[in-house]
Ligand binder design. Structure first.
Ligand code: SF4
Length: 578
């Protein structure tokens, strides 16, 4: 389909790109101004389009279930820190309810630059395909794709194909998933972007990734046979390229927030050096007991230093270059480094790993009793390469380890596989088995926590003849609404427990209201304070998600100006409240 591209106005292209893979129809539809002004963009607009498409009882694998990519009106504005977050939205095959996953990189920005506010894809293709949105030629096409199951092989294929046609790497951005997404309900979507500032093999620049990890939207993507959505586009040029109402004011506001982030981060969470893994030491503090250890059984461990942000900062993260997942981010928390693979058919190869972020470091570290920082990075790389969510995979494995610990599983039940605390090689092997459905045990683990509990119960009753242990298993199968917990032990933070259970509409994820840190610091001393925070924070977060902003610089970096703000929550960055 050829289309006409118009300049962005107030951050909007005012166009929806709709693709039906059942018949190959591609359409550009106008974005109704009333819908735009009510839902703004990002999460809310994505959910609105999902709501319009789905019907009661629809299977997430129904062709009619759309896969939606929705950035917001501030996506792709490098004059602000933390822009270019994009939402992937669909009915989740993992939970059966609407799934939303927020991801960084350049993809959301490039959707805007190519001339669209949102992409919705319905139907299923018969064969593997790429969707190519070419913002240089103003053309959208569906093309045959090779069935490349591993994400980094696919990345190489796409980059070679696009550069072979003369496109500059900085103008190429795309999303992919891998074989694990096809064989589980918790496939992730990788967002690939070119980082010109890092060095590999003497060459400047290589492609890096961020993930839409939660709720299994990679599984929807591969079920539709979409191997990649590729966007070719360039930053808009000229004065006021996003059509801001007051461009000078917008630039001043961006500079102000950038300055706050640059000044505050080095003396607080140090995310620009340690990434979000810097939180590990805080959560591990014995006063807080909030680091999940051995499937959330314990909240602190002296070995946490071996996987802390400080350890990564000093030993494994490569600090050369910028580490912002989009230009203009002064927080630059997207850390990464090199590891040599110890497992798999590429054993011995040195690979670049984007991460680990806090969740992955705890998920494959403390919560599995693994205190080996390189093993965690390797697990991170394999999950990305196979296309599975690190959090969900790790928490499911933690549950299974506790089942072995408590005798609810034995090797007899699991085709000889045994998962024990601290055994990183078994973990690496098992995540490959899950991704390829290699045996019954792996196949059941790939379905998700809720059905896995039932399976363990059946196996236990068959083997022992004892009473069904479901009541006991429910105590340590850590999930809400079917989504495994992200990596906070919430015993000391009632507000965070409520955030998982109630504020988060997708299940037990931390993004809707990340209250644990300030709650542990005493910000919400009464139940009323906690309840109020559970109303205020999700609203602010929803605002960020709708605009296309990253919560880290916009909410979580403490802005000293908060002290001056009256009648509002001082822990929410005033920049988010303006
Ligand atoms: S704070 Fe981190 S995740 Fe957020 S936009 Fe900046 S680099 Fe990306």
């Amino acid at each position: 389909m050829k289309y006409t591209k118009s300049n962005l106005m107030r951050g909007y292209a005012n166009k929806i790109l709709t693709i039906d893979l059942a018949n190959g129809a591609i359409q550009e539809n106008g974005l109704d101004p009333k819908v735009r002004d009510y839902f703004v963009g990002g999460r809310a607009l994505g959910l609105y389009l999902l709501y319009k498409r789905i019907t009661p009882g629809m299977s997430p694998y129904a062709p009619e279930n759309p896969l939606i990519f929705s950035p917001g009106p501030l996506a792709g504005v490098p004059q602000f820190p933390g822009t270019s977050k994009c939402m992937a939205v669909s009915l989740s095959p993992h939970t059966g309810i609407p799934g939303i996953s927020n991801f960084g990189g350049h993809f959301g920005a490039h959707i805007k630059y190519a001339g669209f506010d949102i992409i919705e894809i319905t139907g299923k293709s018969e064969e593997d395909i790429f969707i190519l949105i070419n913002g240089f030629e103003n053309q959208v096409t569906i093309i045959d794709a090779p069935s490349i199951d591993r994400v980094f092989d696919l990345e190489k294929f796409i980059v070679d194909a696009c550069t072979g046609k003369g496109y500059d790497k900085k103008d190429i951005t795309f999303v992919t998933t891998g074989v694990g997404a096809a064989n589980t309900t918790y496939g992730c979507i990788n967002s690939h972007y070119f980082d010109p500032t890092k060095t590999a093999g003497g060459q400047k620049g290589f492609f890096r990734t961020k993930q839409a990890g939660r709720t299994g939207l990679g599984s929807v993507m591969i079920d539709k046979k979409i191997r990649s959505v590729i966007v070719l586009a360039e930053y808009p040029h000229g004065e006021n390229p996003y059509g801001a109402a007051d461009w000078e004011k917008a630039k001043r506001a961006g500079l102000k927030l950038s300055k706050v982030v640059r000044e505050v981060d080095p003396v607080s969470l140090k995310m620009s050096r340690q990434g979000s893994a810097g939180l590990i030491s805080f959560m591990n503090n014995e006063n807080y007991m909030s680091l999940p250890v051995n499937n959330y059984q314990y909240g602190s461990d002296p070995r946490a230093e071996q996987i802390s942000g400080k350890f990564y900062e000093e030993n494994l993260f490569d600090h050369r270059g910028m580490d912002g997942c989009f230009p203009g981010c002064s927080l630059r928390c997207t850390k990464g480094g090199w590891v040599t693979l110890s497992f798999g058919d590429q054993k011995g190869k040195k690979v670049w790993v984007d991460g680990p972020e806090y969740e992955t470091a705890c998920g494959f570290g403390s919560n599995l009793g693994i205190w080996n920082a390189e093993a965690i990075m390797e697990a991170n790389w394999h999950c990305d390469n196979l296309g599975i969510d690190t959090i969900t995979t790790a928490v499911i494995i933690a549950f299974l380890m506790e089942c072995f610990q408590r005798g609810y599983l034995s090797k007899e039940d699991t085709d000889g596989v045994e998962l024990t605390w601290g055994d990183d090689q078994s973990v690496l092997r098992f995540l490959h088995q899950i991704s390829h459905r290699e045996n019954e045990f792996a196949r059941e683990a790939g379905k998700g926590m809720v059905s896995l509990v039932e399976w363990v119960c059946r196996k236990y009753v068959q083997r022992t003849g004892r009473e069904n242990p479901k009541k006991e298993l429910m105590k340590f199968s850590m999930q809400a609404k079917g989504l495994p917990f992200s990596l906070y032990r919430t015993h000391r933070s009632l507000s965070m427990q409520a955030s998982y259970a109630a504020a988060s509409d997708i299940g037990a994820h931390h993004a809707a209201a990340w209250l644990i840190k300030v709650d542990l610091l005493g910000a919400f001393p009464t139940l009323q304070d906690k309840a109020r925070a559970l109303i205020t924070y999700p609203r602010v977060r929803l605002g960020n998600d709708n605009l296309g902003l990253c919560k880290l610089p916009w909410v979580d970096v403490f802005n000293p100006e908060s002290e001056k703000v009256k009648d509002t929550d001082k822990f929410i960055n005033p920049a988010s409240q303006e």
